[in-house]
Design a protein. Structure first.
Length: 514
């Protein structure tokens, strides 16, 4: 039997109208040899932007790590003196040595020890390579991160196309702050803005669920979630940080040994607690036990199916890594069939099941083409960064962001011209879309620019604003993106009036408005 525990982040009155806590943030930056040149230059530029974008009262520190970690700047207020100090010292960073992610995390955590209890403490870790000094595997680094939870949130940025996405995804998942792919160094400032903004938008951080099984009930395993541990209170499960409107789903497989014909069986007592807050919420879970055919709870059955789909995706990627694309495709197609036959599934309605089906379809299609190692590596990073929890957001990404994320992204965008894209070829010809700071092009309701064509990927490309200009970038689509007939690689292309962007069988012209 599956026990499904779902939490939703709520702001405003639902959260007791808590005032925004000052943030203490440490940037843990990889300065190994592979960061030489443009990669490190773009990181320095991004930090320069951040010190002006953070709110009054916030504090920022910087750690550089290679073979070991060094405190570049202690956690200082982002006032005039603090900004000058951060800029001066970060500008002098030089690449050297190998990559010790463990040292970067540990040094950053020590710097946050002086933060007051009410402060939001977070680490944003950026690396472009593979950890090769200290803890290096996903499980080893999970253990490192776990030592600092739930008091510190840790987000990871995978820089470029040579980093180990499984390792960094594990760091971000265990740390509660998530993992983001920075496919091209020139977009680094946007990723920093999004991640730092998301930290400010968090309404519940360092959350833990404590599940105390009733007599006769055994927790067999954790089906979803970062990790569990056992304590005197019961089974403890860490939950990712939540922004307003986000859901976190924990699925535990449990067995009930109690005999009987028909009765209400206590399953567990559940305690929800948040780091830095004394208040706890307690709930008791019971279930009707009988010999009759079980009646599934619709929302819970959807959540369980989404969790199974996420596991199937991970297992399919593992098969594809070993060149077993046929077996990987069969696994994805099997879970797609389960999604499509669920009573709540409606094709194209923007629901979590519909969006999940489309995501699985794109990944199965990519694997059917048996890409070469370089193509597979690039596609794989985007797949790891796209979680099915993201697929469950029916609202386009630009309308799902919090206030802080929107503000920082708008600052990074600069003074951009009013502009549109217009479909000039393919389905929907003549349709116009107004461009925002970021607009995702795709075939489903989760896209900002929704294009009704089977030749377009679920998340095909993105048009975004940066430093006063609009750019277009491919998002690892199953079919390449073209600009003026030239195929885009992983680097963004600056748009000029009249440029034509082709996604699948649809062409869109970029138009700057007067």
């Amino acid at each position: 039997m599956n026990l499904v525990l779902a939490l939703e982040g709520r702001g405003g009155e639902a959260s007791g109208e808590r005032p925004r806590a000052a943030s203490w943030t440490v940037l843990a930056l990889d300065v190994s040899h592979s960061m030489a040149g443009d990669p490190l230059a773009h990181v320095v530029r991004s930090v320069d932007f951040l010190v002006d974008a953070l709110a009054p009262g916030d504090r920022l520190g910087v750690v550089a790590f290679s073979d070991r970690a060094t405190e570049v700047v202690g956690v200082v207020p982002v006032d005039a003196e603090g900004k000058r100090l951060v800029r001066s010292r970060v500008s002098r960073l030089r690449p050297e040595g190998r990559t010790n992610v463990e040292a970067g995390v540990e040094t950053s955590a020590r710097m946050l020890a002086a933060a007051p209890p009410e402060a939001r403490r977070s680490i944003v870790l950026l690396t472009d390579g593979a950890p090769n000094v200290g803890a290096s595997t996903a499980e080893e680094l999970r253990a490192v991160v776990r030592r600092h939870r739930p008091g510190i949130s840790i987000a990871s940025l995978g820089y470029g196309l040579d980093h180990q996405e499984d390792v960094l995804s594990a760091v971000g998942e265990e740390g509660g702050g998530g993992y983001e792919l920075v496919a091209d160094p020139s977009t680094c400032v946007r990723s920093f803005a999004r991640v730092i903004g998301a930290q400010a938008d968090v309404v519940a951080a360092g959350i833990e669920l404590v599940v105390a099984p009733a007599p006769g009930v055994t927790v067999e395993r954790l089906v979803s979630g970062a990790a569990l541990r056992f304590s005197r209170e019961g089974v403890v499960v860490a939950v990712p940080d939540l922004v307003a409107g986000a859901r976190a789903v924990i699925v535990l497989e449990v067995s009930i040994a109690q005999p009987g014909e028909v009765f209400l069986a206590p399953v567990a007592d559940v305690v929800v607690r948040e780091a830095g807050r004394k208040a706890e919420r307690r709930e008791s879970v019971t279930i009707e036990v009988s010999h009759a055919e079980p009646r599934p709870v619709d929302r819970a059955s959807v959540d369980v199916l989404l969790v199974r789909a996420e596991r199937a995706r991970a297992e399919a990627r593992g098969r594809a890594d070993h060149g077993q694309f046929g077996g990987a495709v069969a696994q994805l197609r099997a879970i797609m069939a389960q999604v499509a036959t669920h009573p709540s599934y409606r094709a194209g309605d923007g629901s979590p099941l519909s969006e999940t089906y489309e995501l699985l379809l794109d990944e199965a299609t990519a694997m059917e083409r048996m890409p070469d190692p370089e193509q597979w590596s690039a596609f794989r990073k985007g797949a790891v960064a796209s979680k099915l929890t993201d697929a469950g957001e029916a609202a386009p990404r630009s309308r799902a962001r919090g206030d802080a994320s929107s503000r920082l992204l708008d600052l990074a965008a600069g003074n951009v011209p009013a502009a549109i894209v217009e479909i000039v070829e393919g389905p929907g010809i003549g349709t116009r879309f107004t461009l925002a700071a970021e607009s995702v092009l795709g075939r489903t309701a989760s896209a900002d620019i929704a294009i009704a064509s089977a030749s377009v990927s679920r998340r095909h490309a993105e048009i975004f604003a940066l430093d006063g200009r609009f750019f277009v970038m491919d998002l690892g689509s199953t079919r390449p993106t073209y600009v003026n007939g030239v195929r885009l690689g992983t680097s963004p292309h600056a748009l000029d009036p009249g440029d034509v962007v082709r996604v699948g069988d649809v062409a869109l012209r970029y138009v700057a408005l007067p």
